[in-house]
Design a protein around this ligand. Structure first.
Ligand SMILES: Nc1ncnc2c1ncn2[C@@H]1O[C@H](COP(=O)(O)OP(=O)(O)OP(=O)(O)O)[C@@H](O)[C@H]1O
Ligand SMILES: [Mg+2]
Length: 242
């Protein structure tokens, strides 16, 4: 496994949000973690990216290994800069008063491999032509879906080769959702980018990912290939509308 979550228990204050979850992502894979509101999906990503308490969760047991090494002591900025793992957050977190181009540029500030930055602009604009068309536009004037694309674009501009995506389909109209997932698939297949995708939209996520895990109130209750999960009666009943 490239990323291995081992028996991870985390708390916010005294409230335990993850009750000892274990799962993994291999290099080159797309793995999805599906679950309802409040299941602990965002918490899992924030634990990996080391968002500090109290806003972020506190690890009380277990470990997170990256390439076999514990990353619990890694500083948040080094998760991006050294480990090359980037989060495209839920709710987007872009700078509305900056243009698309400025938002992308800001994501590159800590990169050492400056010679690769122009190629990454090309990649982002090729994947999301809408961002290219709107590159001089203030980001707050983008549609929700376009802002979602910008959040993914920013994650890419950090030079990451492992993306953590927090509900990229949220609030997107079907056409934009399709564009988004087509772009993500291309990133995985052509650029070799490994993806951990958190989704409430289980149908979409399982169509797209190689493997998946089902998270239910802080516990992993099912795991398997996407096909297996799609055909699992419990998954069908609880997450795929029968
Ligand atoms: N900063 C925080 N402080 C306290 N409790 C929190 C915090 N963030 C999340 N929680 C709690 O932890 C649990 C898991 O929340 P989390 O945001 O990880 O769920 P989620 O699966 O991402 O849900 P959603 O699909 O609604 O985004 C919830 O009970 C939530 O109320
Ligand atoms: Mg969430």
């Amino acid at each position: 496994m490239l990323l291995e979550i081992k028996n991870l228990r985390v708390k916010y204050g005294n409230i335990e949000a993850l009750h000892g979850i274990s799962f993994g992502v291999k290099k080159g894979e797309i793995v999805t973690l599906i679950g309802a509101n409040g299941a602990g999906k965002t918490t899992t990503l924030h634990t990996i990216t080391r968002v500090p308490p109290p806003e972020g969760p506190r690890v009380v047991e277990g470990d997170i290994l990256y390439k076999g090494q514990s990353m619990l002591k890694v500083e948040p900025h080094d998760v991006v800069q050294k480990l090359k793992i980037a989060l495209a957050p839920e709710g987007r977190h872009i700078f509305g008063n900056l243009t698309v181009e400025e938002n992308l540029k800001l994501a590159t500030y800590a990169r050492k491999d400056v010679e690769r930055i122009p190629k990454d602009y090309e990649l982002v604009y090729r994947l999301f032509p809408r961002l290219y068309e709107r590159r001089k536009q203030r980001s707050e004037s983008l549609s929700g879906g376009e802002q979602q694309m910008l959040a993914v674009g920013r994650a890419l501009m950090t030079g990451a080769n492992f993306l953590l995506l927090d509900e990229p389909s949220m609030g997107l109209a079907p056409l934009l959702m399709y564009e988004m997932f087509r772009a993500l698939k291309e990133l995985n297949q052509k650029e070799g980018i490994t993806i951990l995708l958190i989704e409430q939209n289980a149908k979409l996520a399982l169509e797209f990912a190689h493997r998946g895990y089902v998270l239910d109130t802080g516990e992993i209750v099912l795991a398997g290939d996407s096909k297996e999960l799609m055909n699992n009666p419990e998954v069908k009943k609880a997450y795929l509308g029968g």
